[in-house]
Write a protein that binds this ligand. Structure first.
Ligand code: M6R
Length: 620
């Protein structure tokens, strides 16, 4: 998490350029924000504010006369070490207040480094791990090293994840940068250079982009341009990527109250753009150009795996269930709970793995990829939204989800497209393997109708808002579902707790009687997701009876006929009916998203920026 932005060039308004970059990166963290510039008198100046970047912006505006500068770096923070306060806000500085550092990531050995530095007389003013960096540079400078050498030495002492930018009044016309396991990109324009944690945030002046790889260090200066080198100081060649290939961060709500609602309502269109050119409706075939070169390897893979965390894991879980129903040997892994000890060589060596991620920068998923790459022969592929992201660059090939920019922290359209791409990928692989797909005709018909059916759920907004009003006082929720409805129950529960801060728990409907039934009472509310194509539909009905018989409150959301449900349920949201089973979860996903949204709205929560969270989780 955290976002870094920087500017060096001929424009004397570096502070404003940096703040407007930070505004686009705010989705990465919004606890506090700060910046550093070298002013016209060659002095280092630091500005910090707790709260959103808009607070920092206000300060920059107020002090604009003192902030004439052609070089600046800034940071928007998602707190990892130390409380949310000014002292812990980046940039961090050395004892002599001459070196300023912004950092994204976690320095695992900072305590040990801090101890050594304190013994040498350094004074620390924050609780952060980052503060060791300016002191380390200061220490190496005091030993007589040049700035570049001191910077190299400092970074080579760090264990963990870092994307770092440094400016100093001791080295006026340079921004020093480095990356290990946290994203960083450089944007190149005419006589100006930019740096950012996310290339989509670059100013329109940027023509070309360079993505730093792990272990890349560099310097940005107007005179010398961009120079990259490794930790040993050896120069590194880099490739320029044209910025036109990347989406821009879209900061417009288009009349919606929240990005989340805009993104929910965009889903019919997003769904069309996601499968456009990938489904041949006439031939009833899936065409995934991104996987062509690996067709034979995929075909030979004994197992197909899906790896991700949070909502991306839920999408992987659905792909696993659908894949299995298609006849594939599928499995899913939660990357947030994956470590070396989980490497099953027999399975992974014989697997094609699809890593699911909206951002493509999630540390847990990148770590899983790293381990699997090192330890196994698996074929690593991606289902990623952000073009050019770390994950997209580190897998062999893949399929972009084409959800467009998602600003709201809660995954909505990105989740839907992951499920959609997961489904069509499973169909593609089943076809590669020559498997017979039952009801192919109806399945492709459903795919064609999917955007319209999603539109119908968006059309239920009023009804869902009314339901949210009726259940506003409920404090504890249980989202339950069987088989294909289970990942949607998990997703609904995650959405609700994430933005409404209500206690919410997701589970399998069938596992209720194995324990969770004990917590059923009149103060809890069960949201049961029930699909009519579920081969065990009657078991769902019995499970609901088991809850209401114990005075439990139940609301059903699904495409079943109301007449098949117990009369004792409190409410029913009827979702549009499809003719096959595998697309109903997508339709239901929109229903649970809307329910979470309206509950959070009526509770007056900060929907697009829920507390303690950030859009892109780049720490472990
Ligand atoms: O960018 P990713 O898809 O890799 O992110 C994974 C999770 O952090 C993410 O899905 C998270 O759970 C969402 N905020 C949930 O709405």
């Amino acid at each position: 998490m955290c976002g870094i932005y920087g500017y060096i060039g001929t424009d004397a308004d570096a502070a404003s350029v940096v703040v407007s970059g930070l505004q686009k990166l705010e989705y990465r963290g919004y606890d506090s924000a700060g910046l550093a510039i070298i002013d016209a008198n060659h002095n280092l100046k630091i500005l910090k504010q707790v709260g959103y970047v808009s607070e920092l912006n206000r300060l920059v505006f107020k002090k604009s006369k003192e902030l004439i500068a052609k070089v600046g770096i800034g940071h928007t923070r998602w707190a990892t070490h130390g409380r949310v306060n000014k002292a812990n806000t980046h940039p961090h500085i050395d004892c002599h207040k001459q070196i300023a550092v912004v950092h994204n990531g976690v320095i695992e050995n900072y305590r040990q480094l801090q101890r050594q530095l304190i013994e040498k007389g350094h004074r620390f003013t924050s609780q952060t791990d980052t503060e060791v960096i300016p002191h380390l540079i200061e220490e190496f400078l005091a030993e007589g090293l040049k700035f570049r050498q001191a910077f190299n030495q400092a970074l080579s002492r760090l264990v963990g994840a870092w994307a770092v930018a440094v400016i100093s009044e001791l080295d006026l016309d340079t921004i020093w940068i480095g990356r290990h396991s946290s994203p960083l990109a450089v944007g190149i324009g005419d006589s100006q250079l930019y740096l950012s944690s996310d290339a989509r945030a670059f100013d329109h002046q940027v023509g070309n982009i360079v993505f730093l790889e792990d272990g890349h260090l560099g310097s940005l200066s107007v005179r010398r341009g961009l120079k990259l080198f490794n930790l040993k100081g050896k120069p590194i060649n880099y490739t320029l990527i044209n910025k036109n290939g990347l989406d821009k961060i879209e900061m417009d709500k288009n009349g919606y109250d929240h990005f989340m609602l805009k993104e929910i309502c965009q889903q019919p269109q997003v769904c069309r753009q996601s499968y456009q050119g990938r489904i041949d409706f006439k031939e009833k075939k899936v065409v995934l150009g991104g996987l062509f070169n690996y067709n034979s390897q995929i075909k030979q893979s004994r197992f197909i795996g899906f790896v991700g965390c949070g909502s991306s894991y839920h999408a992987g879980l659905l792909a696993e269930i659908i894949g299995r129903e298609l006849g594939l040997s599928t499995f899913s892994l939660d990357s947030s709970n994956f470590g070396r000890a989980d490497v099953d060589k027999y399975v992974l060596n014989n697997s094609s793995l699809f890593y699911l991620s909206q951002s493509g920068e999630t540390s847990d998923t990148l770590n899983a990829l790293k381990i699997i790459k090192l330890e196994t022969q698996a074929l690593n592929l991606g289902i990623v939204n952000v073009v050019g992201s770390s994950l997209a660059r580190q897998v062999k090939a893949g399929v972009y989800t084409r959800a467009g920019i998602e600003v709201g922290v809660a995954a909505t359209k990105s989740f839907l497209t992951q499920v959609l791409i997961g489904l069509i990928t499973a169909i593609y692989i089943a076809d590669l393997k020559g498997m017979k797909i039952k009801s192919r005709q109806r399945l492709f018909q459903d795919l064609k109708q999917l955007p319209n059916n999603i539109e119908k759920v968006v059309g239920l907004s009023k009804e869902i808002k009314q339901l949210a009003k009726r259940i506003l006082s409920v404090d504890k929720f249980m989202f339950l579902g069987r088989r294909l409805a289970y990942p949607i129950a998990l997703e609904g529960s995650l959405k609700l707790k994430e933005i409404s801060y209500k206690f919410s728990y997701g589970d399998k409907l069938g596992s209720l009687k194995h324990g969770p039934l004990a917590i059923i009472d009149k103060d809890n509310l069960v949201i049961a997701i029930v699909f009519k194509h579920d081969t065990d539909l009657s078991k769902n009905i019995s499970n609901i009876h088991e809850i209401t018989a114990r005075k439990g409150r139940v609301i059903v959301m699904g495409d079943v006929n109301q007449s098949s449900l117990p009369r004792s349920i409190e409410d029913f949201i009827k979702l549009p009916s499809l003719s096959t089973a595998w697309l109903t979860p997508m339709v239901a996903a929109v229903g649970v998203q809307l329910l979470a949204y309206y509950l959070a709205l009526l509770l007056g929560k900060e929907i697009d920026r829920p507390r303690y969270l950030a859009k892109s989780v780049t720490v472990n």
